[in-house]
Design a protein around this ligand. Structure first.
Ligand code: AKG
Length: 265
């Protein structure tokens, strides 16, 4: 897929870009990957809806090496190359994949957040894909606050299930401002399966619940550019990567986070 200079500019300016039809051929294999993942969740799987509430909001991540369709997507789809171009990077490492399943009748929203504060990395060249595997409308799609990747401070991360602070006692973050008051440009795209929103790890995003009648499955692949380095956070990160063995400022180890694309010389 050819990425234009205008699309690169949009990504740099807005911290997000919509790619229509970019991964249509990957919808069937990724759905098969979801079935494998749901049948055998990994050690970090999360249920965000308690037993007293309606619906199910399931997440899992870091399973791509054991789920062939996910590994194929990361290594063989155009995702890494597109990420490299829009991040203006020379090489791209995979960080991890993430699946998010909201079953019909789930009121639980995904709260506004940035991904970077949950992660054990820092850097300006980052890209996360959000690829719906079911059609989404303005009622249940991803919502993105345009330009929020340039906010001067990171937003305090919270636990989605309980809204508690993700880290104990840290003053380096600001509280999430009110962005629902009309003061911010918010992208709320209707999408078909295989379309994508790609966004910077610092871009604020969220989603409503899924109160309709169909499932809402979204696949995410997350990529790192040249300037990304390991950063120890004030507690266990999400994903946690136990035993990573890196010190602050080190490049992410290539045996865990392989280089999946390089710019042609
Ligand atoms: O799918 C959702 O509800 C939220 C997705 C998200 O937060 C992410 O991909 O980082």
């Amino acid at each position: 897929m050819h990425i234009t200079a205008a699309e690169i500019d949009t990504y740099q300016r807005d911290g997000a870009l919509v790619l229509r039809g970019a991964f249509t051929d990957w919808v069937t294999p990724l759905r098969e990957g979801f079935e494998q993942n749901l049948a055998k969740p990994g050690p970090f799987a999360i249920e965000n809806v308690g037993s007293g509430e309606r619906g199910r909001f399931f997440e899992d991540y870091c399973n791509w090496e054991r789920i062939q369709p996910f590994a194929d997507f990361i290594r063989r789809s155009p995702a890494a190359a597109i990420a490299g171009h829009i991040m203006q990077a020379e090489a791209v490492q995979v960080f991890h994949e993430h699946i998010l399943v909201k079953e019909p009748g789930t009121a639980k929203p995904t709260p506004w957040h940035q991904d970077l504060p949950y992660y054990c990395v820092d850097g300006l060249q980052t890209a996360s894909y959000w690829i719906p595997l079911d059609p989404v409308t303005t009622a249940n799609t991803l919502r993105v606050v345009l330009g929020s990747h340039r906010w001067p401070k990171l937003v305090r991360p919270k636990r989605w299930a309980s809204n508690e602070n993700f880290y104990a006692g840290s003053d380096q973050f600001m509280e999430m401002p009110d962005v629902d008051d009309g003061s911010h440009a918010i992208l709320i795209p209707e999408l078909e399966p295989g379309d994508a929103v790609v966004f910077d790890f610092r871009t604020v995003h969220g989603a409503a619940g899924n109160t309709g009648t169909g499932r809402r499955r979204a696949f995410s692949a997350r990529f790192l550019g040249d300037d990304v380095r390991y950063l120890e956070r004030p507690g266990r990160t999400s994903p946690p990567f136990p035993g990573i063995g890196l010190a602050n400022g080190e490049r992410m180890r290539e045996d865990w986070f392989p280089v999946v694309w390089r710019r042609d010389a």
